[in-house]
Design a protein around this ligand. Sequence first.
Ligand code: PMP
Length: 428
Amino acid sequence: MTGELHRRHRAVLPDWLALYYRDPLELTHGEGRHVWDADGNRYLDFFGGILTTMTAHALPEVTKAVAEQAGRIIHSSTLYLNRPMVELAERIAQISGIPDARVFFTTSGTEANDTALLLATAYRRSNQILAMRNSYHGRSFSAVGVTGNRGWSPTALSPLQTLYVHGGVRTRGPYAHLDDAAFVQACVADLEDLLGHVRPPAALIAEPVQGVGGFTSPPDGLYAAFREVLQRRGVLWIADEVQTGWGRTGDHFWGWQAHAQNGPPDMVTFAKGIGNGMSVGGVVARAEIMNCLDANSISTFGGSPVTMAAGLANLTYLLEHDLQGNARRVGGLLAELLRAATAGLPGVREVRGRGLMIGVELVRPGTDEADPEAAAEVLEAARAGGLLIGKGGGHDTSVLRIAPPLSLTVAEAEEGAAILERALRSVR
Ligand code: PMP
């Protein structure tokens, strides 16, 4: 059945639209931390619908809010007042940590970053941007132009002039051998070297933990050290929280809070999970920056009352149920279980994680080379065992990515770790 759909997909959709699995999955429904495919197979979902199902599948609170709003009105225009949009903006401004914050809603992370780049370049009157090596910020012309991960940069053309900084990846690259303090120092020196003494760039855009890049994070405080240098030169700091926001990293509500010594970022972008699957994205920025545009700008679908209702219900749920605390506790346990399960297993370079954002990096046994074939095989074997996980990394995607819905239970963490251990052992 899915074979036939796969053939039709291939015939009519772009070749570059990546699909997981040799025999791709058609998901038909979900509940809690589980999803079912068109053949009736049930899977434990450790990839959260690629991090969009942040809280749980078919969360009744969100389903009800969406259905009620859809039954009232689905008009979608920022030309009219929109109560759910104002309410969600108020909540996000308040928890953003950004003083005098304004919020603009989009339909995706790409569009959120695009907007942040538009604001930064307009505000600073420069089209030069600093971005991190190995980063991913989306698929639009400008987002691709600040994406350091070569596997996700389908064009070398860009409307921006981008300079790529070291530091997003702690474990690889020329500074990997240094201890944390020396690593930070070397990355700051690299940044200062890039800045030189010429007219400064508009902004630095960075993911606090690189998502597509393989769940890699720098030592805590790196971006605070960058911030000090940037502030001296009037360069803005944009934190891309599309994967790291809303408590996913466990210890913090926002990923940037691991780098907060010199204050919050100037702008935060968000998307994916906040709508629990509905298309909610946006930018939160200091008013002075948000209001710097001197012509009208609207979004037809950004801030639709239906998606805003989903965002409000989801945010309320995750705060009331302390899902950040759950991510810290259950994520910590899951990382420990995976470390124990993979200890001594050839070709497992590292299990790393923050909250419910855990990466297992695979290499060819006895070497330090990425092993994308093994990662693909583990994905297949995990699926056969009833577990969905993701993969990422540099252009050789050899990091298994684990990011379940934030409501994951201890029993589900144990079950998933056991399935993943069997999958790894079957491939190694
Ligand atoms: N930023 C980051 C950090 C992301 O991981 C993604 C999506 N993988 C995006 C931006 C783009 O988001 P979207 O796919 O919603 O456009």
